[in-house]
Design a protein around this ligand. Structure first.
Ligand SMILES: Cc1ncc(COP(=O)(O)O)c(C=O)c1O
Length: 436
C-alpha cells in the first residue's frame, strides 16, 4: 500500500504538472498563431524539438483548436486508436448508396463505435436513426444531441426499465425493444407512471435463441398485448440474426439469412392482417446488409461494424470477391510502438490484450505481409516474421487492423481521426464502458 508521502506528492504535484503542460502548450500555440500572423501564411508547423504527443496534450490541443496545429499520426503516444477518415467516409457513402438502391434504410448500431461524433455523421449521411445495445449507451448518445435511438436489448430489471422510460420522457423518438408479455406490462406501468406513451418494437428470435420471442403466434400475441397496453405504442418488430453475419461465402450467407428471416417476415404478415402497426422491421448487420431487403416488409439494416471493418469481417468474403469482404474498407487501426528488437525473427510491441483484446483472428499489420501478430499478453504484443515485407527496430511504429472492432473501441477514451497521416479531429468515445 502506498505510504502517506507518496499520496501527498501525487495530490500536490500531479495537477500542477498538468497545469504546466497546459500553460506551455497554450504559449506555444500563441507563438504559432503569432508566427502565422506575421509570416502571413496558412501553414503552421510544430517546433521540430517537440516530438510525440500524449493523449492529455492532444486533448489540450483539441480544446484550443486542433486545426491550427499540424500533428502527424506517427507522433502520437501509443497505443492509440486511429481512424482513416477517407476510408471511413467512403464506408458511410457505400452504405447509403446500397440502402437507396435496395429501397430500405440504415439504422446503424452505435454499440460498435460508442461515439456521438460518428453517430452524428451516420445520421448526416442518410441513416434514419441509430441503435444501442444498452440503455446507458442511449443516455450518453441523447446527452450528446442524438435523439433517433432504438434500444435493441430488452431491459428486464426495474432499474433499467425506469431508466429507459425516464429517457423516453425527454427523448420522444426513443424506441424500446421487448420480448415478453411480462416485460411489456412492466414497461407500460413505468411509462404510465411518467405520463408518457413509449414506442415499442417486438424482438423476434431468428432461431439463435439468444433473445427475442418465438416468431409466428407467440410474437403476434405479444404484439397484440403491446398494442393494447395503455402506456405503449407498437411500432413493429426487430429480428437480428447474429448467427448469419459472419458466415463465409456470400451465397451460403444469403441462403441462411433469408431462411432464418422468413419466420419474422411471416410474423409481420400476421401482424398486418391483424391490423397492427408494422412500420418497423429492423435487423441485419454488416454481413447481410445487401441481403436483408429481399425479405418482404424489411425496413432497415442495423449494421454496425461496416464503419470500421475489422479482421473478423474481412475474412467472410463479398458478393463479388470470395477471398475478402471488400464492400467496406478497414479504417480502424491501433497505432503501436516496437519496444524490443533484440531477438531473432520477432519484435515486441506495446499493444497487448489491454489494447487489442484477445479476439481472433489476431490483429493484422496494416500494409505488410509475411508477419504474424499476437496480442496474447496484457501489455505486450508479439510480432513474428515468416517472410516479412519489412522488419522493425525499437521505437518504430506500426498500425494494426483490429480483430473485432466493438470490444477494442471500448478500451479507448478517444479516436484520432486521421487524413493524409495528419490528426484532423479527436472524437471522444463518450459511451465507452457504458455496458449497463
Ligand atoms: C441487435 C444487433 N443489431 C446489429 C448489430 C450489428 O452487427 P454488425 O456489427 O455485425 O454489423 C449487432 C451486433 O452485435 C446487434 O447485436
Amino acid at each position: 500500500m502506498p505510504d502517506q508521502n507518496y499520496r501527498d506528492i501525487h495530490k500536490v504535484h500531479f495537477p500542477s504538472l498538468l497545469l504546466i503542460q497546459y500553460l506551455s502548450m497554450k504559449k506555444s500555440m500563441k507563438s504559432r498563431r503569432h508566427f502565422m500572423q506575421t509570416a502571413g501564411t496558412a501553414a503552421i508547423t510544430i517546433p521540430t524539438l517537440i516530438k510525440g504527443y500524449s493523449s492529455t496534450e492532444m486533448q489540450i490541443f483539441d480544446r484550443n483548436n486542433l486545426s491550427e496545429v499540424d500533428i502527424s499520426k506517427w507522433d502520437l503516444d501509443t497505443p492509440a486508436l486511429c481512424l482513416d477518415l477517407d476510408a471511413f467516409e467512403k464506408n458511410l457513402q457505400v452504405m447509403h448508396h446500397a440502402m437507396v438502391e435496395n429501397g430500405i434504410a440504415s439504422r446503424p448500431h452505435a454499440k460498435t463505435h460508442k461515439c456521438p461524433a460518428i453517430a452524428r455523421m451516420q445520421l448526416e449521411s442518410g441513416s434514419i436513426g441509430i441503435c444501442v445495445a444498452k440503455v446507458s449507451e442511449a443516455q450518453i448518445m441523447f446527452e450528446h444531441g442524438i435523439s433517433q435511438i432504438l434500444c435493441t436489448t430488452t431491459n428486464v430489471s426495474k432499474q433499467k426499465i425506469k431508466h429507459a422510460m425516464n429517457l423516453r420522457r425527454w427523448c420522444s423518438t426513443f424506441i424500446q425493444a421487448t420480448d415478453s408479455a411480462d416485460n411489456a406490462r412492466m414497461l407500460s406501468e413505468a411509462a404510465e407512471s411518467m405520463n408518457i406513451t413509449a414506442d415499442i418494437v417486438v424482438d423476434v428470435d431468428p432461431g439463435g435463441h439468444r433473445t427475442g420471442i418465438t416468431p409466428g403466434d407467440p410474437a403476434l400475441e405479444l404484439a397484440q398485448i403491446v398494442d393494447r397496453l395503455p402506456g405503449l405504442n407498437l411500432q413493429g418488430i426487430l429480428c437480428y440474426d447474429g448467427g448469419s453475419q459472419h458466415v463465409k461465402g456470400f451465397e451460403i450467407r444469403r441462403e441462411q439469412t433469408l431462411e432464418r428471416l422468413a419466420a419474422a417476415g411471416e410474423t409481420l404478415s400476421l401482424m398486418q392482417r391483424s391490423g397492427l402497426n408494422t412500420g418497423i422491421f429492423s435487423g441485419g448487420g454488416t454481413g447481410t446488409y445487401n441481403i436483408d431487403h429481399e425479405t418482404a416488409g424489411f425496413t432497415d439494416v442495423q449494421a454496425g461494424s461496416y464503419v470500421f471493418m475489422d479482421a473478423q469481417y474481412l475474412a467472410i468474403g463479398a458478393k463479388d470477391n470470395p477471398d475478402q469482404y471488400s464492400d467496406f474498407q478497414s479504417c480502424l487501426t491501433i497505432l503501436s510502438t516496437v519496444v524490443n528488437d533484440q531477438y531473432p525473427d520477432r519484435v515486441t510491441t506495446d499493444a497487448g490484450a489491454k489494447s487489442c483484446t484477445i479476439n481472433q483472428p489476431w490483429p493484422m499489420v496494416k500494409g505488410e505481409t509475411g508477419m504474424n501478430y499476437r496480442s496474447g499478453s496484457d501489455e505486450f504484443g508479439t510480432l513474428t516474421y515468416e517472410d516479412p515485407s519489412r522488419t522493425y527496430k525499437v521505437g518504430d511504429k506500426l498500425e494494426l487492423i483490429v480483430s473485432h472492432c466493438d470490444p477494442v473501441v471500448n478500451l479507448y477514451n478517444q479516436i484520432y481521426a486521421i487524413r493524409n497521416d495528419r490528426v484532423e479531429a479527436i472524437w471522444q468515445i463518450a459511451a465507452r464502458g457504458m455496458s449497463r
